[in-house]
Design a protein around this ligand. Structure first.
Ligand SMILES: C[S@@+](CC[C@H](N)C(=O)[O-])C[C@H]1O[C@@H](n2cnc3c(N)ncnc32)[C@H](O)[C@@H]1O
Length: 197
């Protein structure tokens, strides 16, 4: 399988920090609680750097499509109890939480829908999705950066979208209900919790 993030992986987290400060990290961590008591599924976690401080509290599975991102995640999260997997996530065990942090925005709509079917199979009855991602830009500079990031990702990683997904429409259609939300950068970035209705 081609590693589409091999060029980006060495400088991905530094670039994110340069552009967004700590906001994306905050959006990933803000809604998490009692992580030590949960069995967690992390899909598309990238280099995992933002989870380093809470690594000793994380157990479960970590799935990445990119070998170079996964290699960094294994190093950054060596204090965790995670099992690391390279490739497309396949449902197997049951989890209390699935963390989808800036990964749905890389998938076409039909792939998000079939991905959610796999997620449903992988969650315990009261299991929840923790989503953090880019939503509609609210300001001119955000619209410009959104276009710039999409173009960069299309050129470097073979990114398959030209826009951002309407996550809420897709999740509502698939019978998920939103139970919590926090906004960052005036709503351009949101952290949300979803569970089955
Ligand atoms: C935009 S990066 C975000 C990385 C990280 N979540 C972050 O916020 O820094 C998206 C990541 O998702 C991974 N990815 C995309 N689709 C995936 C899938 N179906 N299964 C596992 N990883 C996936 C990519 O390899 C990439 O590392």
């Amino acid at each position: 399988m081609k590693d589409r993030y091999s060029l980006l992986a060495p400088w991905y987290s530094s670039l994110v920090k340069l552009i967004f400060g700590g906001k994306l990290r905050e959006s990933k961590l803000c809604l998490l609680e009692n992580t030590a008591s949960k069995n967690v599924l992390i899909i598309g976690g990238g280099d995992g750097l933002d989870y380093t401080e809470i690594a000793p509290d994380i157990s479960g599975e970590y799935w990445e499509l990119s070998g170079s991102m996964l290699k960094k995640a294994k190093a950054n999260l060596q204090l965790s109890q995670l099992d690391f997997h390279l490739g497309n996530f396949k449902a197997g065990k049951k989890f209390d939480e699935v963390w989808l942090h800036f990964v749905l925005d890389t998938m076409p709509d039909d792939e998000i829908t079939s991905f959610l079917v796999e997620i449903k199979k992988s969650l315990s009855p009261r299991g929840r999705i923790f989503l953090a991602d880019f939503f509609s830009p609210k300001k001119r500079y955000q619209r410009i950066l959104t276009c710039g990031m999409i173009s960069l990702f299309r050129a470097i990683t073979g990114h398959r979208r030209a826009n951002l997904p309407d996550y809420e429409k897709i999740l509502f259609t698939e019978n998920w209900l939103k139970s919590s939300e926090e906004e960052f950068l005036v709503g351009w970035v949101k952290a949300q919790i979803w569970q089955l209705g």
